[in-house]
Design a protein around this ligand. Structure first.
Ligand SMILES: Nc1ncnc2c1ncn2[C@@H]1O[C@H](COP(=O)(O)OP(=O)(O)OP(=O)(O)O)[C@@H](O)[C@H]1O
Ligand SMILES: [Mg+2]
Length: 252
């Protein structure tokens, strides 16, 4: 039996646009399992980012609840939620958010510093992670404005995982990358996952989606279907075919 790490109960998220309510996530009951690499897919505007923001406590749902290992984060105030997120969640955003006035090294270690870890240790850890995603030690002194889109995205990834979060949320983390960069980022996520950390990733890319063991397909604010792919094995044609067929059935 898999252990549930995140559980939503009738989760709903609406936005008010021009005085009208737009219901983006509707009464969603969803469980994310510990140690899973879960991928969320669905057409543009289906609510994937909205769901990720809610699950990670970045944004509050309109209705319903979210529990992390039984603890209801939807009851926390903003300060409690900030502490909770720092401790348990890492987030790689669809839009890259790096602080422009800091080098990418300082960006990377800033969340670790907030949890009271030693700067020297954090820097050593960050250097290793930067190296894994193809960013040299010298380059880590650069500021975000001096980087290419792909370099910025890989730097944001290092910052997101520096605290060894229980759950890494990634919203199209490979959008700005070439195939080499895509592989580097996915390899880091796969490594973390093999280490026992849970990953929840949104992607439009079938090759990236193959890294998951479970695919959830969103439509009209709900779960239209899901697919159990089993453990990731590089180059497994049967898994790939299963995923392709599933997405075809979903009308992707
Ligand atoms: N802050 C907001 N205010 C109003 N509407 C919003 C807001 N954020 C998202 N939406 C709307 O909610 C819907 C879902 O947006 P969301 O960003 O979750 O889509 P998505 O599935 O991530 O799409 P994509 O694949 O293009 O990133 C869209 O119609 C969007 O316009
Ligand atoms: Mg999105």
């Amino acid at each position: 039996m898999k252990e549930t790490i995140i559980k939503t109960d009738k989760l709903s998220k609406s936005f008010s646009v021009g005085g009208r309510q737009q219901h983006i996530i509707k009464n969603m009951d969803l469980e994310i399992y510990k140690g899973d690499f879960t991928v969320i897919m669905g057409s543009s505007g289906a609510g994937k980012s909205t769901l990720l923001y809610a699950l990670s406590g970045m944004d509050k749902p309109s209705l319903g609840s979210i529990r992390y290992s039984g603890e209801e984060i939807t009851k926390m105030n903003d300060d409690q939620l900030a502490v909770f997120r720092r401790k348990h969640c890492g987030f790689i955003f669809q839009q890259i958010h790096l602080v422009d006035s800091m080098s990418i090294m300082d960006n990377a270690i800033s969340t670790g510093m907030l949890t009271g870890q030693k700067q020297k240790k954090l820097k050593e850890k960050a250097e290793k992670l930067f190296e894994r995603v193809g960013i040299s030690k010298e380059m880590t002194e650069k500021f975000p404005s001096q980087l290419s889109g792909g370099e910025a995205q890989r730097s944001a990834m290092v910052r997101a995982v520096i605290n060894d979060p229980d759950v890494v949320f990634a919203d199209e983390p490979t959008g700005a990358l070439n195939s080499c960069g895509v592989k580097a980022v996915l390899d880091v996520l796969t490594d973390l996952n093999n280490n026992g950390q849970s990953v929840v990733m949104v992607t439009h890319d079938i090759k990236s989606a193959r890294r998951a063991n479970r695919i959830i397909y969103l439509q009209d604010g709900g779960i239209m279907g899901e697919c159990d792919l089993g453990e990731y094995v590089s180059g497994d044609k049967v898994r790939h075919e299963k995923l392709r067929k599933f997405l075809q059935d979903m009308g992707w």
